[in-house]
Design a protein around this ligand. Structure first.
Ligand code: IVH
Length: 670
């Protein structure tokens, strides 16, 4: 290839990658798979490595961070970065709206731009002629820190703007870490024995303000843009909504939840709707922001010292609160793992009352230096179990008590053992411990395992306590009489339960393997095992080496599986289950499956089955079920109220099949 055509090829690849980035991050509408994207990226990297003379600072490959700095340079904000006044009640917001109408001397309805308020840190990113030249933190609002190299590592921040860019534009937005990224970051830190971040906000600040931007590059930072500072060489849109629209057109990421509304009541309605979404969002929001939409009106309203008169933050109940640890108890799980649980003085956090928090394991207690009697910061994020974020050491009472791992299981009194190098302590009473047995049975009966409807937590407790069920095989020998004699169990419900137990006998190998509760064997692994070995005897006979040839199974999981089947007791239970009538259809070899190699995407509500069911049936036929439509998708199955996936399918010319057709399709291949 001539040097000219290499350069052309490099430029073409960059354009493609930028375009796909834009579709992915800004439009949330990718048209290629991650693998295809990675391939493009790799190709660009290879070409640039062979031709370093063509590497430019705004190539997508240049997001890896630079050599560490001694300290951050200062950046003056020509237009200060303001903060917002906070409000907590509907009345506060109505008063805000009234103040605005008074100041504007109008009784007309004010139009507001409503936006989610993300909890991260504010940055200002300066583009000159469309190229990213500088990025700064907010600092004290007037002077911030130069974090250009750090910001450039965030993939969703364009290094070059799309379309016609003004001479200068300073984009303002919030850099944050999504909840999944936060968990991952802390899990890694825990493994390495490093400091844990108390919340995603601290994690974002700690990640962005790294003198070594190569560290920043490894952190899952994201951004939403919500405004502008200095803009030169272009007339601004007339509204805040218009500005956000314009930012998105230039390739900047703007929240999809932005809405322009009329009047204060619609603002409050937005607040309630966002409040309902809050726990389901992949990132933390601490409230919403209302901004007077018209820039002309904004200008008339002006500022007071540090905040604009035309905007206000309407905060949600805090997701952190302090309370006292009153006691610590140890719970015994399915594998005998002892989990310390803190009993808390009940406290309101993020709109719910919290009275328990998991302490995970003894290492965690040691690292966070938690004692009984301590005053702690409790956090709940999304719909996960509340956690102790940190101890308020400054307020530690003098009489706190150390938390000690019990020597004996609190349930069966067997010895507790802590394996060298492992964080978890386990009860050694595997077969005798009712707590372990209960958890094993619960898991076995759970919906995604053997799916025995009606065999709930309370009933499992009763069955084990009354010694009617010791191992999962005993479930299949329960009688009407035994069940009827249980408290709160009538003739009818006993009959129903027996029917459900009978129904559960007909299952799949994958479900059965998952139901056995082998350590580290989740649903996905169970499916892989079933597909690979196809029969139970083949799996039972497999060596650790053979097990490791299954996708995603490493030495640790292989060992767990082999150990499980080596255990005589486990073999006996399996034998009993099969003797009792548990069975499954033969598993076809992957290459013989009728839909092998086909990829499906499901959208909308299907009429007579859940998406989960549809997925399971398709997978049984060897098909893959993907989350987004790409050129590789074979079929898009459309139910009631389909989403944008349908549009995408049409755009890409992917075959679309409806509800009824899908049924016929399954019938035919099953
Ligand atoms: S506007 C002049 N919009 O909240 C207006 N801020 O408490 C200044 N924030 O420093 C900010 N989401 O870090 C605005 N949609 C949003 C926001 C937002 C989060 C942060 C930002 C600001 C702080 C003010």
């Amino acid at each position: 290839m001539s040097s000219k055509s290499v350069q052309k090829e490099i430029e073409k690849l960059r354009e493609q990658i930028d375009e796909h980035n834009y579709r992915y991050y800004v439009l949330d509408d990718p048209i290629i798979s991650d693998a295809e994207y990675d391939a493009l990226f790799l190709q660009l990297k290879k070409l640039e490595a062979a031709h370093p003379e063509f590497v430019t600072p705004d190539s997508p490959t240049q997001r890896i961070g630079a050599a560490p700095l001694k300290k951050f340079a200062e950046v003056q904000h020509a237009i200060p970065m303001l903060s917002l006044d906070n409000a907590f009640t509907d009345e506060d917001i109505r008063a805000f709206d009234q103040r605005i109408r008074d100041r504007l001397k109008t009784s007309a309805t004010i139009e507001y731009c409503c936006e989610p308020k993300l909890d991260g840190l504010a940055v200002s990113i300066r583009y000159e002629k469309g190229h990213l030249v500088q990025a700064a933190t907010r600092g004290d609002g007037a002077t911030g820190e130069d974090v250009t190299e750090n910001i450039k590592t965030i993939r969703m921040v364009p290094l070059k703007l799309r379309g016609e860019a003004p001479r200068i534009v300073e984009v303002r937005g919030e850099v944050y870490i999504p909840l999944k990224g936060f968990e991952r970051l802390n899990a890694q830190a825990e493994k390495k024995g490093e400091k844990i971040f108390a919340n995603p906000r601290n994690a974002a600040a700690g990640s962005l303000r790294q003198l070594d931007s190569r560290i920043t590059a490894s952190r899952p930072l994201e951004i939403f843009c919500y405004g502008v500072g200095v803009v030169e060489g272009m007339k601004l849109p007339a509204t805040q909504r218009g500005i956000l629209q314009w930012l998105a057109e230039m390739g900047l990421r703007v929240s999809a939840f932005v809405e322009a509304v009329k009047g204060v009541e619609q603002c409050l309605d937005y607040y309630r709707r966002m409040g309902e979404q809050r726990d389901k969002l992949p990132f933390e929001i601490d409230g919403v922001v209302y901004k007077v939409n018209s820039l002309a009106e904004q200008e008339k309203l002006g500022f007071v010292t540090r905040a604009p008169r035309w905007a206000i933050a309407h905060k949600f109940p805090a997701q952190e609160a302090t309370t006292t640890i009153e006691a610590v108890e140890f719970q015994v799980g399915r594998t005998g793992a002892l989990t310390p649980v803190a009993r808390l003085k009940p406290v309101h956090v993020g709109g719910v009352t919290v009275s328990n928090a998991t302490l995970h394991n003894m290492d965690e207690i040691k690292r966070k230096d938690i004692h009984i009697g301590d005053i702690v910061m409790v956090r709940r994020a999304g719909d996960v179990i509340p956690e102790i974020a940190s101890v308020v050491k400054a307020r530690r009472p003098h009489d706190v008590k150390k938390i000690v791992l019990p020597k004996h299981c609190p349930v069966c009194h067997s010895l507790v053992e802590q394996v060298e190098g492992e964080a978890v302590a386990r009860c050694t009473g595997e077969l005798v411990c009712p707590a372990q047995r209960k958890e094993i049975i619960r898991h076995f009966a759970s919906r995604r395992a053997m799916d025995i409807e009606g065999l709930g937590d309370k009933l499992v407790d009763q069955l084990v306590d009354e010694r009617l069920v010791a191992s999962v095989a005993d479930i299949y020998h329960l009688t009407q009489e035994q069940l009827e004699n249980l408290e709160r169990m009538g003739e009818k419900s006993a009959q129903n339960l027996l029917e459900q137990i009978e129904k559960s006998k007909s299952t799949t190998l994958a479900r059965f393997l998952y139901a056995l509760g082998i350590r580290e064997v989740g649903e996905a692994t169970a499916k892989q095992l079933a597909l690979h070995f196809r029969t139970l005897p083949a799996l039972q006979a497999a060596s650790e080496e053979a097990l490791q040839s299954v996708p995603d199974i490493g030495p640790v999981v292989a060992q767990h599986i082999a150990n499980f089947f080596r255990e005589a007791h486990n073999r006996e239970v399996i034998h009993k289950l099969i003797k009792a009538g548990v069975h499954w259809p033969a598993v076809k070899a992957a290459e013989n499956l009728s839909l092998a190699g086909k990829t499906f995407v499901l959208t909308g509500t299907l009429r007579d089955m859940t998406r989960e069911e549809a997925k399971e049936r398709l997978e049984k036929l060897g098909a893959k079920v993907a989350g987004s439509v790409s050129s590789k998708t074979s079929y898009v199955v459309v139910g009631v109220d389909p989403g944008s996936k349908l549009d995408k399918a049409r755009e890409l010319g992917v075959e679309v099949i409806g509800d009824e057709e899908f049924h016929r399709f399954l019938k035919k291949y099953e």
